[in-house]
Ligand binder design. Structure first.
Ligand SMILES: [Zn+2]
Length: 434
């Protein structure tokens, strides 16, 4: 029997979910309209008032909210409650300009912890677990979200924070950590380090890994599961919407259940902003239904995924979102084709001899886009045998071309020559000046 943290909500019938969503949406809109100038202005511009929203399908009439709105109203302009009711502030790093600031009321923190407890339970964490959190503690929501979720479940939390890989491994051995929380990239870094230190993960106590904070592929899951001897699960969230706790995988690992009593998901075409029919791949848009301090109406996440409303074997009724394929602003358009780094990753991970480290270089030669994929190969692979090397390259190029629908040149590079990063990976160099 699959353990479910909050059976009442997670297993609701579709009709009940929709009824609850409509009630909560109307309440959210009223509060946002009354208390947040940015929303009131946007609604007024379109000539709508919260009372116009009488059904869930009316949602499409509402304006989108973007990261830019948060920046323009920096720091507290989007808050729907006075600052004295805010008990926690986080922020997310901006690649350009000011970071975005997010706030939580006491009630928001409780809601958040409960949502994280749901996906941690779905991943297999119980009060018997020892959870090692290797996300950075600070303004970033990741570490605190998982921290409070673990405590809500009653697990023992080790607030290790990020970095210091050797110490992470020592703690893991000595404290007998059973659950690991970090980015998937960092999980690979840990596996690499263990290998170099001569530590066999089989001798550790690890059971479950909860990996988030960046997109990762199915092949990367297999790689992590084999190398760290644990069950690797994905979860999804973003600071602007709540932090981790928007969605998470159950034991079926066939998509992440979105907690629909707290969020309404939509999928739009990132270019035209039109809502796409169920099953389509596009940008995820989220509306919050329970947040007090920072309600988000139709927030454009920039994450690319699709929704699956079919029944899940675990017993949860909430819609599942696919693993994210990348961000709509990471999307590379090469010769007119949409390319996500994650697709190339998927191909590479499935090939024997490829290390999970790669780099994409995009350039424009004349009027033509050129994509070069640099891959590291394992030390014992034929750098000396030219014929075998050429056959290997051709095989990889073929697989990439069939996955992307656009050709690429594959180049082998020496082991350890692609820069490693702890935390988020940056794998694309775009030299095009457009
Ligand atoms: Zn499920």
């Amino acid at each position: 029997m699959e353990l479910i943290w909050d059976q009442t909500y997670e297993c609701m019938e579709r009709e009940e979910i929709q009824q609850l969503q409509l009630e909560r949406l109307q309440a959210t809109l009223n509060r946002a309209y009354k208390n947040v100038t940015c929303y009131r202005n946007k609604f007024n511009e379109l000539g709508i008032v919260p009372e116009d929203i009488q059904s869930l399908s009316d949602l499409t009439r509402l304006p989108f909210t973007t990261k830019e709105d948060l920046r323009l109203n920096y720091p507290y302009g989007m808050f729907a409650v006075p600052l004295r009711e805010v008990v926690r502030i986080h922020s997310s790093s901006g690649t350009t300009g000011k970071p975005t600031v997010v706030g939580y009321t006491k009630h928001d923190l409780k809601t958040w912890s409960g949502l994280v407890a749901r996906f941690m339970t779905a991943a297999g964490v119980t009060h018997d677990d020892v959870v090692q959190i290797a996300f950075g503690y600070g303004l970033f929501t990741g570490a605190f979200g998982l921290h409070y979720g673990s405590e809500t479940i009653g697990a023992s939390v080790i607030p290790m924070s990020s970095g210091n890989t050797e110490k992470q491994i020592m703690i893991m051995q000595d404290y007998k950590s059973t659950a690991l929380v970090c980015t998937p990239t960092y999980a690979i870094t840990l596996a690499d380090k263990m290998e170099r230190m001569g530590i066999d993960p089989k001798n550790l106590s690890l059971k479950v890994g909860l990996f988030g904070g960046e997109p990762w592929s199915e092949s990367m899951r297999k790689e992590i599961e084999t190398r760290l001897c644990l069950s690797a699960t994905d979860n999804y969230g973003l600071s602007e919407v709540i932090g981790p706790g928007v969605a998470g995988e159950c034991s079926c690992k066939c998509g992440m259940h979105i907690f629909e009593d707290a969020f309404i998901p939509e999928i739009i075409d990132p270019e035209t902003c039109q809502v796409l029919p169920p099953g389509s791949v596009g940008e995820l848009v989220l509306t919050t239904l329970t947040k007090e301090a920072l309600p988000m109406i139709r927030y454009r996440t920039r994450d690319i995924t699709s929704l699956d409303y079919s029944k899940c074997d675990c017993g949860r009724t909430m819609v599942r979102m696919k693993k994210t394929m990348g961000r709509s602003d990471d999307m590379l358009i090469i010769k007119g084709v949409n390319v996500f780094p994650s697709q190339i990753e998927e191909v590479l991970f499935a090939i024997e001899g490829c290390e999970p480290h790669y780099q994409l270089v995009v350039d424009r030669i004349g009027a033509m886009d050129e994509l070069e994929v640099r891959i590291e190969v394992t030390e014992n692979i034929f750098f000396d045998e030219m014929k075998k090397q050429r056959a290997f390259l051709e095989m990889v190029e073929k697989k990439i071309a069939s996955m992307l629908g656009v050709g690429a040149t594959v180049k082998l590079v020496e082991p350890n020559s692609i820069p490693r990063q702890e935390g988020k990976a940056s794998r694309v160099i775009d030299k095009r000046k457009i």
